[in-house]
Design a protein around this ligand. Structure first.
Ligand code: TXA
Ligand code: MG
Length: 313
């Protein structure tokens, strides 16, 4: 029931926009991860989206728009938000801002909050789809709730086949981790989620430090247990490696995948979720993870690893 179309195929974007306009669900690539899109103004479509993901309805969604002017129709920008939007859009940054009174996004998408998360993606296909629909597109990561985010059309298919109308296949998502989420509310700037724009870049653009992200929450369901910073020494463990030098236990590991043999955190981010999915499928009871430097995209990588390793509720 779920169709899969190469995004570059003639008519693919128009067909995807037509499905969205009719209240359907379309997964599409962005520069960060694949998103599961719905027309942001259509409450019924958004209800279907929550059902398809198995996501708790109180978790609000990001509205994706074509440019900063379209974002201003949804949200109020203070000076810091203006600066961040000008500096990093289009790109892997999401701003949480006060919702304007005339905001056309359905209340279900913002879970009844008086704030809204907005983002201008830089991926050509995402941009073309939003432009073709002519309305904001809400899009959570296109995974089943509790799974890691998808960075390929195969990942989306594995999680959502039969539950959505269309997957636009645009190849691997280049950044590999979700957008950085920054709230600009009541004069305060707070990093809510580290992601594709490094904290250092945000602080440089603003000329000041931003408030800390809250501690990562509970572990996602259905992921093998992770042990960040530990060595693979137990038989049956898989190893998520980083850098050229593997620990002594590596030959005993059930499976070894390297995020970046040349110690490049950008390459590591791009590989993170597909390596986690592959090690999860290997049948290992646990995944040991080598230490990853907490710089640049390393902060987002360590955040996702910590979430995956946190105790279950
Ligand atoms: O890179 C990304 O951001 C991807 C691509 C598809 O754009 N999207 C994504 O969406 O990661 P999602 O739904 O998986 O994560 C969005 C996060 C959620 O944790 C949600 O709670 C938070 O954004 N969020 C949304 N609206 C918010 C708001 N008004 N205040 C605080 N957090 C909000
Ligand atoms: Mg997600």
């Amino acid at each position: 029931m779920t169709r899969r179309v190469p995004a570059g195929e003639r008519g693919a974007i128009d067909e995807a926009a037509r499905i969205l306009g009719a209240g359907g669900l379309v997964a599409f690539p962005t520069e960060t991860v694949y998103g599961l899109g719905a027309d942001a103004t259509n409450g019924a479509a958004i209800a279907k989206l929550y059902a398809a993901k198995g996501r708790p309805a109180f978790n609000p969604l990001i509205a994706h728009v074509r440019d900063i002017a379209a974002a201003r129709a949804l949200a109020r920008f203070d000076a810091a938000a203006e600066k961040l939007g000008q500096s990093f859009w289009p790109g892997p940054l999401t701003l949480v801002l006060p919702k304007v009174a005339a905001c056309p996004v359905a209340d279900l998408a913002t879970a009844g909050l008086d704030t809204i998360a907005v983002r201008v993606p830089s991926h050509d296909i995402a941009h073309a789809l939003i432009a073709a629909l002519g309305r904001p597109v809400v899009a959570p990561s296109a995974n089943q709730s509790g799974h890691v985010s998808p960075t390929t059309a195969d990942h989306v298919f594995a999680d959502l086949a039969g539950r959505i109308d269309l997957v636009l296949d645009g190849g691997p998502a280049p950044v590999g981790v979700e957008s950085t989420i920054v709230a600009c509310l009541d004069e305060a700037v707070t990093l809510l989620r580290p992601g594709g724009v490094p904290r250092e870049s945000i602080e440089r653009a603003l000329g000041r430090a931003v408030n800390a992200a809250p501690q990562p929450g509970q572990r996602n369901d259905d992921e093998a247990m992770l042990a960040p910073g530990m060595l693979a020494s137990q038989p049956g463990e898989a190893l998520l490696a980083f850098g050229p030098d593997l620990p002594p236990g590596a030959p005993q590991a059930a499976r070894v995948l390297n995020l970046s043999a040349r110690r490049d955190v950008v390459e590591a981010a791009a590989n993170l979720f597909s390596h986690l999915r592959a090690l999860d499928r290997s049948g290992a009871h646990a995944i040991a993870v080598m230490p990853i430097p907490h710089e640049g995209l390393g902060e987002a990588i360590n955040d996702r690893l910590a979430r995956a390793a946190a105790p279950r509720e």
